[in-house]
Write a protein that binds this ligand. Structure first.
Ligand code: C2E
Ligand code: CA
Ligand code: CA
Ligand code: CA
Length: 281
């Protein structure tokens, strides 16, 4: 840092900021190694509603880290750290085991037919142990395979579409369903997606945020929905925050919605005891 600080106050400021960021990154990296063992990770759940029936049909499990000194840390910050350090496979396994177990228990207790959506990182997709992990998480929890949907980002699939296709085939053979996540943020073509064994497509939140203000976005989302339906995929819109966005998506013919308008991600028991906010349209 020394050479840069000679340049003056401005550089010194950035050095302090940079040093803080590097330090935090190193702290998180170190602490993440113990997070699973010290029981600091938990799973929040966000409902996914079916627009035909206005009912919750699935919940997406989203990891949370309760850090003893730094407080709650977003997965947007610690998942990348976990990916860099190879911790993602053990954290991902822990997440899948806990979430399948929790959901299996609640499905039984409340006689619910809820699907669990779980996110897979690109690194997990490369792990040859992944199908075995999924199989044993299902067997140990008693969650039926058809009640598990694995979400894989468009970006992860596009890193190596041929390799991804093979892994997805293997997962599909277990009986789970598969969704392409954050759709629209990568550069996949319909031709590529069509060849993958997918069940649903999640339109990225960035297309939904300004849906009410932009005719252009409405045309884009309509064509994504039409195209997805043409290749047999269900469509989920992410990041729905207003009644107006929900109405537009209903008109467009989107199948499912997820977002703060319905519920933020919350502990599972909280989600199961509070009614879903979804006006029938
Ligand atoms: P994602 O899979 O795209 O998950 C959706 C994110 O959008 C979640 O952020 C959720 O809280 C947020 N969200 C949902 N509805 C709304 C809305 O109406 N408005 C806004 N502004 N945001 C909304 P979260 O929980 O912070 O997770 C961020 C990302 O971290 C996830 O994005 C996912 O990529 C990753 N992640 C979370 N849990 C896991 C996990 O168990 N494994 C892996 N590999 N990644 C995970
Ligand atoms: Ca997701
Ligand atoms: Ca997403
Ligand atoms: Ca995202």
């Amino acid at each position: 840092y020394r050479a840069k600080t000679r340049g003056g106050g401005c550089h010194a400021f950035f050095d302090v900021e940079l040093r803080k960021r590097v330090q935090r990154h190193m702290d998180l990296e170190q602490d993440l190694r113990h997070a699973v063992g010290r029981d600091q990770l938990w799973v929040a759940y966000q409902p996914v509603a079916d627009l035909r029936t206005d009912r919750t049909v699935a919940v997406e499990g989203l990891l949370r880290w309760r850090h003893p000194d730094h407080g709650p840390i977003s997965p947007a910050e610690f998942i990348p750290v976990a990916e860099e350090t190879n911790l993602i496979n053990s954290i991902g396994a822990h997440m899948l085991r806990s979430a399948t177990h929790q959901l299996a228990v609640e499905r039984e207790r409340h006689h619910l037919d809820l699907t669990l959506n779980a996110n897979l990182s690109p690194r997990q997709l490369d792990d040859p142990g992944l199908p075995g992990l999924v199989e044993s998480a299902l067997a140990d929890s008693g969650l039926p395979a058809r009640a598990l949907c694995l979400e894989i980002t468009e970006e992860a699939i596009m890193q190596d579409p041929a390799a991804a296709a093979r892994v997805l085939e293997t997962l599909r053979e277990l009986g789970v369903s598969l969704a392409i996540d954050d759709f629209g943020t990568g550069y996949s073509s319909l031709a590529q997606i069509r060849r993958l064994p997918l069940d649903s497509l999640k339109i990225d939140r960035s297309f939904i945020t300004d849906l009410s203000e932009s005719d252009e976005l409405r045309v884009i989302v309509t064509s994504i929905v039409t195209m997805a339906h043409a290749i047999g995929l269900d469509v989920v819109a992410e990041g729905v925050e207003t009644a107006h966005q929900l109405d537009l998506l209903r008109t467009i013919g989107c199948d499912h919605v997820q977002g703060y308008y319905l519920s933020r991600p919350v502990p599972l028991d909280e989600l199961l005891t509070s009614p879903l906010r979804l006006p029938t349209g």
